[in-house]
Ligand binder design. Sequence first.
Ligand code: FO1
Length: 314
Amino acid sequence: MSGSGHIIALSGGVGGAKLALGLAACLGPDRLAIVANTADDFEHLGLSICPDLDTVMYTLAGLADPERGWGLAGETWQCMDALSSLGGESWFRLGDRDLATHLQRSLLLAAGEGLARVTQRLCGALGVRHPLLPMSEQRVRTMLDTDQGELAFQTYFVRERCAPRVRAIRYEGAESALPTPALIGRLETAAGVVICPSNPWLSVDPILAVGDLRERIAATRAVAVSPIVGGRALKGPAAALMEQLGLVPSALEVARHYRGLLRGFVIDREDAAQADAVRALGMEVLVTDTIMVDAASKTRLAAEVLAFLSGLRA
Ligand code: FO1
């Protein structure tokens, strides 16, 4: 991206982390900060688990498992297997080395450090140079109203494999939560915000719901990359969730969801026919290849998104 000024990327887990990695290849640590959703966090086996922070952290550190997208490459599962044979809870798989991250985070949090500082320490130890910020220091939790009752996010997502039908979603604690001071400061001087192709309802909305973050982001130049291509989700349950919420799964519907927030929207070539309808919502549109299969395609998409952002009308 030409010119000065820094960029803030908003990311959920696996899908978002791919573009975050591409952005990190284009912009140095002084030009890019990544904000991760923390509404998927939960307390499990007595530990503080922050899946999206860890997915981005491991991805930027080059340590993420390439197939799963979450957790560490080359992981072993002896602790989970032993726990399972003791009759313990093993539906949420914590790898042996990944456990060290949760142990260390939990200890530091219990000693009174904030999540932003703890994340900074973990990232520093793993050699991640780009700032990775939790959306808030306060607890926010995604809760899903489903045909099987209200479920906490990881219960719905991992234990129940997204099978329950979702009727509504709420982000417990978001209204009273505050964006981290580091994030507020960065937003005030940001050249732009990139919303990675993460699930709008499960990964991005919890970030936007924190205090006045939505208004603060709308006041910048913000663009999003559609996580829906050809009516299908790039990863995870976004398309099925949209149907359950009474929406047609399409890039256009995602753009409608972000109406009033974005100056620009990035859609895949497969969805080129929707470009005019997105423009009619008041956004500029970039049509390109959005499916990221390797390092080169992540960096190429990131560079195109940054060029699009810098070329948006003031
Ligand atoms: N996802 C799964 O589908 N199954 C798991 O057992 C699982 C364990 C897990 C452990 C640590 C971690 O950081 C992430 C983990 N995830 C697992 C991924 C996570 O549930 C989701 O990808 C995110 O919360 C959604 O962005």
